[in-house]
Write a protein that binds this ligand. Sequence first.
Ligand SMILES: Nc1ncnc2c1ncn2[C@@H]1O[C@H](COP(=O)(O)OP(=O)(O)OP(=O)(O)O)[C@@H](O)[C@H]1O
Length: 682
Amino acid sequence: MRGNTLTPVEPGSDEIAGDPKAAASDSISDAERELYGGRLRYDQSYVRHEGPLTRLTFGHMAAALPHMVGMVLRTGWKADRRALMGVVAAELGQGVTAGWGLVAVNGVLAQLFADGPTVDKLRDALPSLIVLAVVAVAGAVLSAWSTAMSGRLEPQVERAVSARYYRAVTGVEVEATERPEVQRILEAGRFGTDSARSMLRLSVGVGNVVIGMAAAAVVLATLHWALLPMLLAIALPKGWGAVRSARREYLSRMNWVDHRRAIASLLAYLTRPHAAGELRVHAAGAKLLSSYEEMSRQTEAEQRRLARAQALTDLVAGAFAGVASLACYGVLWWLLATGGLPLAVGGTAVIAIRTSTARLTLLVQQVNRLYEELLFLTDTEDAIKVADENAIPLAGRPLPVPVREVRTEAVSFSYPGADGPSLKGVSVRVPRGKVTALVGANGSGKTTLTKVLAGLLLPDDGAVRWVGESGERVELREADRAQVFAEVGLLAQDFPRWEMTAAANVAIGIGDRPRDMDRVRKAAGEAGVLELIEGLPHGWDSIVFKGYERGVQLSGGEWQKLGSARTRYRQAPFLLVDEPTSALDPHAEIAAFEGLWSLAEEGHAVVLVTHRLAATMHADHIYVLDQGCVVEDGTHEDLMSRDGGLYQGMFTAQAAQYGLASAPGGVPGPRGAQPSGHETAS
Ligand SMILES: Nc1ncnc2c1ncn2[C@@H]1O[C@H](COP(=O)(O)OP(=O)(O)OP(=O)(O)O)[C@@H](O)[C@H]1O
């Protein structure tokens, strides 16, 4: 199969917003099919029926524009009101100077067309000429002031909108982020965060031109009423063209979002260190590059389509504006010929119409961009709204102090869009001072259960109770979630590897609270990574990603130790660790398990998810999950005594790899661990 063939999809299946030409570039490439299993376009029904289209009508836009400009101005007001007032004053001033300029031009022309000797006419025109010079200087000063103030204001507005968006998005319930319709809206909002900045610049530009044109319109209207409709007749076709082009551009961008993201990710893989081996040895690099070229050709076809359509729209708008200009000059001719307009006023009108037409072209370009940015900013506003609707509640019932244990009672949970539940009627107890192990086959629901215990996922059915010393309890749904999170330390299977210093990678375990380097070192020591970090040329200031000036590369196991140090540094009472030793060497693994047991002895609750059953032998209580259900639970001894039990089968199979199948007790446990030193938590 050749790499660059494009197959058209079924006719009519993908026309965008009733634009049949959109179908021309909507084809599927072999690369899309091979790497992504089908056509990569933003969800068609969304583009066609939901949010974007409903707001693409001219009326909706006209109504939304003042609202959005108002929002941007309010953001600017909050960020830096002096700069905003400076910009507005400078723009208003420029409009006024433009109006004065025209009045002065009219004065000069009136003097020049008057009767009398030229020297006298020039002398009489001098005051108007001086006004013209002052107006020009004032215009230049005001323009420079506006540039300086906008430069100060724009980044602040962008920061404010971005921070608002990302704050809202990071506060959304994890379950909601799994819902495709929410995910889509949140993702679309990302593209509008810098639109606020552009909108401010464009609003200022549009404001400037509009004020200039309004001044010209006032001057023209006072010269002769008929001149004003002429100006409007030239403006209308260009305005129509601008809105049409912006709509087309926006729809195209929305429709190609997934495609563009996929291309960006293909290129990102080519330079990622962790992919370097396969890129070369498996020749994956060649495949990615050819796919990139093939998919880029598709976007180029789309760009060509847009450029052709834009050219056609410009042509039509230009033709209508040209006809309007001709008519305009015809009326002017007629007025001058019939004596309805003095010659000097005719001259001023010609200058006003010419400068207004030039401004109009600028206005059209700016409104075009403003309209497009407005659509993206509306997406961001929608995303913030949806994020707020699905936000983790900020308040709730306080947890008991201290919490003695967390319980799930007949908890069921299905991921949005999944075929079936990942947890079915699961009841477990996680007491402080004990190690509770979750075991089971891949996909049996262990990680999902830890997310429920952490308060990240709210169950569909059943209850999660946080229980205090004297039995008082708070259910997760009504609990103050910030307090729940404060109780929990996570070491997830795919824990984040922050592209920052080693110190930051540990200290981020307590969020934005002040860093305590003594405790960072202590946590690193307990996780077995202190010597390594302190032996690096830049020690704790080493950036644990190669490519930076102080960058270093850590091995998988070293990263796991750093992740473990982060969780320890957090010092949360409930520790949820998911496969914490998968990359560790045998000695490090034993040390890591020992560490977990000593944490339990200090009073922490440890939830251990692992496939290493030699470690679970010494857990206080073991829950065995199978297809989302707890099918067995008890101590290792209890579970091993169940002939034909799932745990017994798994343990025996693993032990057999070491030739120890017949002697379960003979599998080496963590050094120094107390096999039966913990009470059973059932
Ligand atoms: N984000 C998700 N969206 C939809 N389904 C999911 C999601 N995460 C997990 N699942 C499904 O839920 C089930 C349980 O997954 P979970 O990750 O809890 O299993 P696990 O026991 O931790 O597996 P493993 O041992 O492989 O880590 C699986 O069938 C999985 O496909």
